[in-house]
Design a protein. Structure first.
Length: 241
């Protein structure tokens, strides 16, 4: 009986851990079961129109569809801009930038569920959601290990989650960029997702304004912003300004 109980408890723990940390594996399957739309069907439906919009920006007008193998997403909260960069043997190039269509919270990292804050830090894309309530969405891997190391919560779920880049024009802590824009970012991300798409979310563009904002209630913002600034330094500064 004791051995059976241990096995049951072990199985429960494995399931809990998988549900908590395996979202990038099971959420695409859940979305596929919930709706007739899959990532592949969405891509098939939008690809031609999106390519027509992007080919001039990619410098590939008249060529066959060849998408960047690596992309980097950069969200700048103060400027309310999302930038997408391509990366290849020629270096890193700004493809396009998109204004936020809504905004919530203030400068400063996300600290808890319900604070309406857009996170700040270095993340990655976990998965793509082709059946979002906000048309299409891209899951950001908040909270990351840095976030978790700074929280006072024992239960990590109290930090909040479900942070997405998505369409439409409403938000309570995510990054909305409108439907046409999310089609482009969704497609480019899908084409590069096997190469771990990085997402940088910064309070401001430290390449333009190097001053770190002071954030009430924490004493580690300079540590966070030094990490973010160093990441931004690796990117060209040829965007909105």
């Amino acid at each position: 009986m004791t051995r059976k109980l241990i096995l049951i408890l072990g199985l429960i723990i494995v399931i809990i851990v998988f549900l908590k940390f395996g979202r990038s594996i099971y959420m695409p399957l859940v979305n596929k079961l919930k709706s007739k739309e899959t990532v592949e069907s969405r891509i098939e439906n939008i690809q031609e129109n999106v390519w027509n919009r992007l080919e001039k920006k990619l410098g590939l007008a008249g060529y066959k569809m060849e998408y960047p193998k690596e992309v980097i997403l950069v969200a700048l909260k103060e400027e309310r801009i999302l930038q997408i960069y391509s990366k290849d043997y020629n270096g890193i190039k700004l493809i396009k930038e998109y204004p936020f269509t809504a905004f919530s919270g203030n400068l400063g990292p996300k600290l808890k569920e319900g604070d309406r804050q857009i996170p700040e830090g270095i993340y990655k894309v976990e998965y793509l959601n082709p059946n979002s309530s906000y048309y299409l969405s891209i899951k950001v891997s908040y909270p990351n290990e840095f976030d978790k190391s700074k929280t006072e919560f024992v239960n990590i779920s109290e930090m909040g989650g479900d942070i997405f880049i998505h369409g439409k024009s409403a938000t309570i802590g995510c990054i909305p960029i409108g439907d046409e824009a999310i089609e482009e970012v969704f497609l480019l991300t899908q084409k590069a997702i096997n190469n771990n798409v990085k997402v940088i979310i910064s309070p401001r563009d430290f390449r333009v304004n190097p001053d770190y904002p002071k954030i009430e209630g924490i004493d580690w913002e300079n540590e966070l912003y030094e990490i973010i600034k160093n990441e931004l330094k690796t990117l060209p500064n040829n965007g909105y300004k």
